[in-house]
Design a binder for this molecule. Structure first.
Ligand code: FES
Ligand SMILES: [Fe+2]
Length: 386
């Protein structure tokens, strides 16, 4: 982050704190509860958001050497990530081109040849069909070169492997990230490794889980037993960066900076910097590591939350330290996710027509406006068709 901006963000929060004020949007806002419940709406989000935009499928280190492979679900599709002999990261549909068997069952591993368990059609890590028993006899006239694994757009940038599931999508990663790309580069994510990861499924809409991370209104209440005491009450700011967001959640320690030389001020030590990379990734930048959270939407009411502690490579010799760190982040986030599940179960009752966002919860409205913009035009057609 630009140094000038870093200082401005600190000044802004310190000024709000000294005035006992909050970071406020112009108005309160509402979002229909149907947006979290409707399966038809979810299918539109899947098609027009999750499949059309580049999303993060893995960290670079999860596909670390030639021959490494990884199985993932991206936007509801079974995906095989491979690193081929040329060192390039690839994303394919994990589906045999013969009769559609799932090609790879293992979650991850290392090999350059993938043989289908049904009739042994065998594919290279670069996707070519390289062997198929009795092919010339049984499939006369067909070319193996036409039966490569189905490739998805895959780019390795900023320390992550990004996949765009819809091959006709016109959105490039550069277009999608815009100026956020430079800010991601500054985080040095490619020099980090996956210290810990888990991926439980939570019974809540993906947007509820995203919303739970981008306001500080709940910190002193929902997190009173964990991180609550270390943060100011309801004091956070946010800025949009295109479709994405940078939120700053102020720690109580920030006020001590006023007694220190301005050139030594470091935002990261006194705030949680949270990047919400639209649609489904959160990077929680801590002073010495990053908690990376991917909300993998499975249905309107279910989301797999892949939570990863990314630690610097130079500190790979501290596994117990990162294990403890991960457990703390997990315990805190579980407080959010439990509430997310409670919201999902309760809003179906019809008690509220809308979610209500206070003026200090403007980030939630801003996030939902981006969702709505992506569905502009298509959502109303779907509702009319229902
Ligand atoms: S379905 Fe894969 S080889 Fe037949
Ligand atoms: Fe929270």
């Amino acid at each position: 982050m630009d140094r000038q901006l870093e200082l401005e963000l600190i000044d802004e929060l310190l000024a709000l704190k000294s005035k006992r004020a909050h970071f406020l949007d112009e108005t309160i806002a509402r979002n229909p509860v149907d947006h979290y419940l409707s399966e038809a709406r979810f299918q539109l989000e899947r098609k027009h958001i999750f499949r059309r935009l580049p999303t993060i499928a893995a960290h670079t280190s999860e596909l670390s050497g030639a021959g490494a492979f990884l199985r993932r679900e991206v936007a509801g599709l079974p995906v095989l990530l491979t690193r081929d002999k040329a060192g390039r990261a690839n994303a394919f549909l994990n589906v045999c081109r013969h009769r559609g068997t799932r090609l790879v069952e293992e979650e991850s591993g290392c090999k350059h040849r993938f043989s289908c368990p049904y009739h042994a059609w065998t594919y290279a890590s670069s996707g070519e069909l390289i062997a198929a028993p009795h092919f010339e006899e049984g499939f006369a006239g067909l070319q193996k070169s036409d039966l490569r694994l189905k490739r998805l757009t895959c780019e390795e940038r900023h320390g992550f492997i990004w996949v765009t599931a819809d091959e006709d999508s016109p959105v490039t990663l550069d277009d999608h990230l815009g100026p956020l790309g430079e800010e991601l580069d500054a985080l040095g994510i490619e020099d980090m490794f996956v210290a810990q990861q888990d991926a439980p499924v939570h019974a809540a809409n993906w947007k509820i889980l995203v919303e739970g991370g981008i306001e500080a209104y709940h910190f002193k209440v929902a997190h009173r037993a964990t991180i609550g005491p270390y943060f100011e009450d309801n004091l956070s700011s946010y800025r949009m960066i295109g479709s994405h967001m940078r939120s700053i959640l102020m720690r109580t320690s920030m006020t001590k900076l006023e007694a220190e030389a301005r050139q030594d001020w470091r935002l990261r030590d006194h705030a949680q910097i949270l990047y919400t990379i639209f649609p489904n990734t959160a990077l929680l930048v801590q002073s010495d590591h990053i908690a990376w959270i991917n909300q993998e939407a499975l249905s309107a009411g279910e989301t797999r939350v892949r939570m990863t502690t990314l630690a610097p490579n130079r500190e790979a010799d501290r596994p117990d330290h990162w294990k403890r760190n991960h457990a703390i982040t997990r315990a805190t986030l579980d407080e959010d996710f439990e509430i997310g599940e409670s919201i999902q179960a309760s809003i179906a009752s019809g008690a509220n027509d809308h979610m209500l966002f206070g003026r200090f919860e403007g980030a939630l409205d801003a996030f939902n406006k981006v969702v709505d913009r992506q569905l502009d035009g298509v959502a109303s057609q779907a509702v009319a068709a229902e």
